[in-house]
Design a protein around this ligand. Structure first.
Ligand SMILES: [Zn+2]
Ligand SMILES: [Zn+2]
Ligand SMILES: [Zn+2]
Length: 496
């Protein structure tokens, strides 16, 4: 470590300033940090603040370790295991499509088998940081599809743990098949050992690092995390997976919430150093040579994500807007892709993999927030036949679980199949709506009379249901959204 404090300080400050400017136009932090690293590094003309990225390697490793440790601490094991078959199907489809596309692209590039496996992971696992930030910034936390999005993110994290364990021996220098088998065994043995500690030894670990004082708790925990991460690397399991698993152990202790809070600012600062350092190692000239594969990768991910979004929406009976929201929210790639590539570069794999993934991450990290905010327009183009119930009329509407007017529902059906007011006025209508408070039937807003909306304006009865054959959606005028009860509490998932 020879980089002086002036250079480190200037680089980190520049990263923070660019990220703050990026926030104004809705960009996540990760691409901003990468760009600062690329611009101020030795591979780009202009000012070079840090000659050799290796000078920051210890600080960057700290960022990587804390990123995965924090992920482990906040990982809701019980919630995932109890989340039902549909969610695992949806996540499996999402991960399967993206990893397969990554693997095919990796082999098509012809850089090698280990490289293809790293690319498959890098393309397959989305950024939890970008996805959760998007959900908050776009006010989608109470949308019907949001629990599914969060479930997919969490199951992806679980997949990451196993993928890291699988990659560890691939990235080690074992040459004989026997050595390879031994490395796989060590890697998974270590995984099992730490899972066992999480299951049975959490109390002991809690006693080892526990302290009433925040200062001492932070020091003890960070010490333990670095020690376990370092030891993992010694037994040729990556430091990343060691950090993730000790996070899982800590998540089962009583100090979990305090640790989560104390480690967060440390994680954010050192993760910024990690992303900047990654950018520093990128040569601007090398970016040109990987531009085409990176563009293909971005397109492949976009396609797989939308396909997975449609499959998921179909599984859960959601509409086109929800399908677009699911696919586009988890579109961003970031920390995990860069962590995998850092491990690959450390193991001496093909150097092109660094600029390739950097450009891919940059592209998607910029694209994801822009597209996710415009999901409504995309929802127009998803064909009706792909989803389970008919949503033609309301394909662009948000489905919310936050409606507080469900207690005003006292009617659930009617035999009436005409708009009485239209009949009285002597003209036709387009579609019919049923008021779920008083049972009045009125015509939709595309009809001449607009009698359903008029009924709401007069009576303030909030919720209507579509009377179209094959449709069963409910709309709340007060929330201006389609409404349904939260996941798992649907009375009947299939349309009547
Ligand atoms: Zn409502
Ligand atoms: Zn009418
Ligand atoms: Zn009414």
């Amino acid at each position: 470590m020879h980089a002086d404090l002036v250079a480190i300080g200037a680089v980190v400050l520049a990263a923070g300033l660019l990220a703050r400017a990026g926030r104004r136009i809705g960009l996540p932090s990760i691409p901003c940090y990468l760009v600062v690293g690329i611009l101020l590094g030795p591979g780009t003309p202009g000012p070079v603040l840090i000659e050799d990225p290796a000078e920051l390697s210890v600080l960057a490793a700290l960022g990587l370790v804390l990123l995965l440790f924090h992920l482990g601490v906040e990982f809701p094991v019980e919630q995932v295991l109890g989340s039902g078959r549909r969610l695992f199907l949806a996540a499996g489809c999402y991960i399967g499509l993206n990893v397969t596309a990554g693997l095919l692209l990796g082999f098509a590039l012809g850089w090698g088998t280990a490289e293809a496996l790293v690319i498959a992971g890098g393309l397959g696992i989305s950024s939890s940081a970008i996805a959760t930030k998007l959900l908050i910034e776009l006010h989608r936390l109470t949308n019907a599809e949001t629990p599914v999005v969060l479930g997919i993110i969490v199951i992806e994290d679980l997949f990451l743990a196993f993928y890291l364990a699988l990659l560890a021996p691939v990235l080690s220098d074992a040459t004989s098949p026997l050595g390879f088998v031994r490395d796989v065994a060590i890697s998974f043995g270590f995984l099992v050992l730490l899972f066992a500690v999480a299951r049975y030894g959490a109390r002991a670990v809690g006693a080892l690092v526990g302290s009433r004082e925040d200062e001492l708790l932070a020091v003890l925990v960070v010490g333990l995390v670095l020690l376990v991460a370092g030891l993992s690397e010694q037994v040729r399991v990556s430091d990343a997976i060691g950090a993730l698993l000790i996070g899982l152990v800590i998540s089962r202790t009583r100090v979990r919430e305090r640790v989560e809070r104390l480690v967060l600012p440390l994680r954010d600062v050192f993760a910024a150093v990690f992303f900047v350092t990654f950018g520093l190692s990128i040569d601007l000239g090398a970016l040109e040579t990987v531009a085409l594969p990176a563009a293909v990768a971005v397109l492949a991910t976009l396609t797989c994500n939308l396909a997975a979004g449609v499959v998921t929406a179909r599984l859960f009976g959601l509409n086109q807007r929800a399908a677009a929201n699911i696919g586009l929210t988890v579109l961003g790639r970031g920390e995990f892709s860069l962590i995998l590539v850092t491990l690959a570069i450390g193991a001496g794999l093909d150097g092109r993999i660094g600029p390739f993934i950097a450009l891919y991450v940059l592209g998607l990290a910029v694209l994801a927030p822009l597209l996710a905010a415009k999901s409504r327009y995309l929802a127009r183009f998803i064909p009706d036949g792909l989803l389970r119930s008919r949503w033609r009329y309301v394909r662009e509407e948000t489905i919310s679980t936050a409606c507080t007017h469900l207690d005003q529902i006292s009617v659930t059906g009617t035999d009436l199949r005409e708009c009485p007011q239209c009949v009285a006025e002597g003209h036709g209508w387009v579609q019919l709506r049923l008021c779920l408070t008083c049972g009045a039937v009125g015509c939709c807003d595309d009809s001449v009379g607009k009698h359903a909306s008029a009924h709401f304006t007069r009576t303030r009865h909030p919720i209507v249901e579509s009377l179209e054959p094959g449709e069963d959606w409910r709309y709340c005028y007060l929330d201006r959204a389609l409404v349904r009860p939260p996941l798992g509490r649907e009375p009947d998932a299939t349309p009547r």
